[in-house]
Design a binder for this molecule. Structure first.
Ligand code: URA
Length: 255
């Protein structure tokens, strides 16, 4: 029987993300076969009984994934030490314990997946998955063509060179530029940092899509359940990209 790390098992059981599991373990909230576990290295099999805050976790929890339209001023964590509104506060009527899949900045709005599906979370957030993520960006100045070309090719940020991106200019004047950018990575504050690299300031940022998923029909602050077909398609897409190590729709633009 396969032995896996406790935090991985907790995420597979749909309890929380691996990172959140590590926090819960270190806070002494997790028991394995009746004993509190606080170290990180512990491995378990599917025969071990896991308890979280006194409740035995059953492995047949139905997995669900929601497509949420995040407003600005909301944190992408399950809990916030500073008492700010979290994305999970929008899901109080759902019975399952949910957590955000990846994150959007406090001041970024748009598409965020919220789930209890550990497998989907690990696939979507894994760096080798290269899912397309499209953002609508509003800047408070004129963005030069040469900078657009450089951003498309890749720019050197403090955590390395960005992969090629696609940019579609929507509007441009002396004190405003609006564009859509598609990236294939999910680094922290990536879009803002890409523009800051050329001293531009992002005034507003909205994630319009992840892969084939869009915000169509989902108003700000609202969500919808993904269908089984959508979940399977998303997982398949992640696995295919990972295996082939491809960047979908990546095209070198000869400008
Ligand atoms: N890039 C950013 O800069 N912020 C986000 O929230 C997402 C992508």
């Amino acid at each position: 029987m396969e032995e896996i790390r406790l935090q991985k098992r907790m995420s597979e059981l749909g309890l929380c993300s691996r990172r959140e599991a590590e926090r819960l373990i270190s806070e002494g909230k997790v028991k394995v076969n009746g004993k509190v576990v606080t170290e990180m290295g512990v491995k378990v099999t599917s025969n071990d009984v896991i308890e979280l805050e006194g409740n035995v976790v059953k492995s047949n929890t139905k997995t669900v994934t929601y497509l949420f339209n995040k407003p600005i001023g909301v944190v992408s964590t399950a809990k916030d030490d500073r008492g700010r509104t979290t994305v999970i506060d929008f899901f109080t009527k759902e019975k399952t314990r949910l957590y955000p899949v990846g994150r959007l900045d406090f001041n970024t709005s748009g598409l965020l997946l919220v789930s209890n599906d550990g497998e989907l979370t690990n696939l979507v957030t894994h760096p080798s998955t290269h899912l397309n993520k499209t953002y609508f960006v509003t800047l408070d100045s004129f963005v030069k063509d040469e900078h657009i070309k450089e951003l498309e090719k890749g720019v050197l940020l403090e955590d390395g060179l960005t992969q090629p991106a696609e940019i579609e200019l929507k509007f441009r004047s002396m004190n405003k530029t609006q564009l859509q950018i598609t990236i294939h990575e999910g680094r922290n504050r990536q879009v803002r940092r890409m523009f800051e690299h050329f001293d531009y300031h992002v005034k507003a940022l909205n994630r319009d899509s992840i892969g084939f998923l869009t915000l169509d029909g989902v108003k700000r602050g609202e969500y919808r359940l993904l269908t089984e077909e959508e979940v399977n398609k998303l997982k398949k897409m992640c696995l295919t990209n990972k295996e082939k190590n491809i960047i979908p729709s990546y095209k070198i633009k000869n400008k």
